[in-house]
Write a protein that binds this ligand. Structure first.
Ligand code: IPD
Ligand code: CA
Ligand code: CA
Ligand code: CA
Length: 266
């Protein structure tokens, strides 16, 4: 598998930040932790990882813009490119010693995702994709699952945390989806949820209340693995709506239909 120079820059940044996360994961009880809001934690590990990724990416491509979860957005000067970075996706897992977290780096060109890297240092899974070049985990090519029926499918989701205002809507979606599928999983890191769909480990995934950095890299992974991804209404405005639905052609469509069913009468 030949990687472009740009993808190599992304991979090297993710690996370097991943080393820092691994060190901090081993000392998690000593980390400074603060709250951005109810149930919404940020740690020194998030900030250290972002600093590393930002320095690496901006050194390699100084004219590109940079949007990261933990710092002010930098507008690029080339007018076309933007890095979209989640330096630690799955902070709550990380804080609880659950090895399901990742560095996620996406590259947008003229509003379209063209490359993505998602790295879980705890499992050493390195997911990569470039437009037209396919999606991979380490050196293995990825393909979304081939299951056509929801009743055979295992579907991932996100669960809104304390302080999020959409618990009621989520419960309605969950009630509808769990009545149709073989199983539901909640792993707690949206980037990895999307990478797992790309890898065919999950047949589909939906979540609301997401930010661009949670999903940017995952979008290109899914598309390059032959999958479909949109917002929950089926439109392309995922960053704008903050919602996502993903899967193969059949499961993507079926999931949108089921998750949007109206509230059942009591
Ligand atoms: C969170 C994770 C989680 C999702 C939340 C995100 P963070 O990101 O991706 O799975 O359910 O909506 O905010 O804060 O751990 O980077
Ligand atoms: Ca966060
Ligand atoms: Ca995130
Ligand atoms: Ca994060």
């Amino acid at each position: 598998m030949a990687r472009s120079a740009l993808l190599n820059v992304m991979v090297q940044s993710a690996l370097k930040a991943g080393k820092s996360l691994s060190r901090d994961f081993g000392e998690v009880q000593n980390l400074q932790v603060s709250l951005k809001g109810p149930g919404d934690y940020v740690t020194q590990a998030d900030r250290r990882s972002e600093k590393i990724v930002k320095e690496e990416l901006l050194r390699a491509r100084p004219t590109y813009g940079f949007l990261g979860e933990e710092s002010e957005e930098i507008k690029g000067t080339d007018g076309a490119h933007r890095w979209i970075v989640d330096p630690l996706d799955g902070t709550t897992n990380f804080l609880h010693g659950i090895p399901m977290f990742a560095v996620s780096i996406g590259l947008e060109r003229n509003g379209e995702m063209v490359a993505g890297v998602i790295y879980n240092p705890a499992t050493d899974d390195l997911f990569t994709a470039e437009k037209g070049g396919g999606a991979f985990v380490n050196d293995r090519r990825l393909r979304v699952s081939a299951r056509k029926k929801l009743s055979d499918s295992v579907i991932g989701c996100g669960v809104p945390h304390l302080g999020r205002g959409m618990h009621g809507r989520f419960l309605v979606q969950l009630r509808h989806v769990m009545g149709e599928v073989a199983g539901i999983r909640r792993f707690g890191a949206a980037s990895l949820d999307l990478a797992y769909v790309a890898a065919g480990r999950l047949d589909g995934f939906w979540e609301e209340g997401l930010s661009a950095w949670d999903v940017a890299a995952g979008l290109i992974l899914i598309r390059e693995a032959g999958g479909f991804v949109s917002d929950l209404s089926g439109s392309a405005d995922i960053f704008g709506s903050g919602t996502v639905a993903a899967g193969n052609e059949h499961i993507h469509k079926a999931l949108i239909d089921v998750a949007n069913r109206p509230v059942p009468k009591a």
